[in-house]
Write a protein that binds this ligand. Sequence first.
Ligand code: FMN
Length: 196
Amino acid sequence: MDGSAKQPQSLRDGLLNRLSVPPRLIDGPAPSRADIDDMLAAAVCAPDHGAIRPWRFHVIQGDALRRLGDLFVEALQKREPDAPRETIEKEQNRPLRAPLIIAACAKIDLSRAEKIPAVEQVVAVASACQNILLAAHDKGYGAMLLTGINARDAHVKAAFGLEGPDEIVGFIYMGTPSGPVFEKERPDPAEFTTIW
Ligand SMILES: Cc1cc2nc3c(=O)[nH]c(=O)nc-3n(C[C@H](O)[C@H](O)[C@H](O)COP(=O)(O)O)c2cc1C
């Protein structure tokens, strides 16, 4: 499928045809400010037990992508003080693979955890991520949710204002698809379903 050409015609169509577009197939232009706002409006419509609103979104573009690369390098050098130059360059350039990254974080409210455990709060943010991915697809953008070691790194988490049980749920890389994205074979839901 050509990610830029096959616009969803309905919610069902969007749900069934959304595909992750890997960073190597993401190019500029970045989504407009209005489109970003629209995707974030979809994000905060996600299911959210107790209306905790655990999501924190960081919209990273332009020069801020380079600053995110600096942060990834700092984190690498704390983990591996003798990291080779190629690895440092890879981390520096990692965020530059797309014109926009939305970092989706979960700020966990432990005072509510008896009724709404941390995992449910993370699920709310994960649901928000899916809404962003679907909204991006609906607008013809290419996007992919990525984590990797940076999402679990204490130095990176602290820079996003996270502590304790808080999580970086993912970095959503986004832009305009630069080429065709090939359809995947999806599993048969019956394999995972028991009818009671
Ligand atoms: C929380 C989460 C983190 C992920 N992190 C990565 C990652 O770091 N690298 C990667 O290649 N895929 C990662 N994925 C998978 C991709 O986002 C994507 O879902 C997968 O490649 C399947 O593609 P599809 O969305 O088109 O089905 C992650 C998925 C989730 C839900």
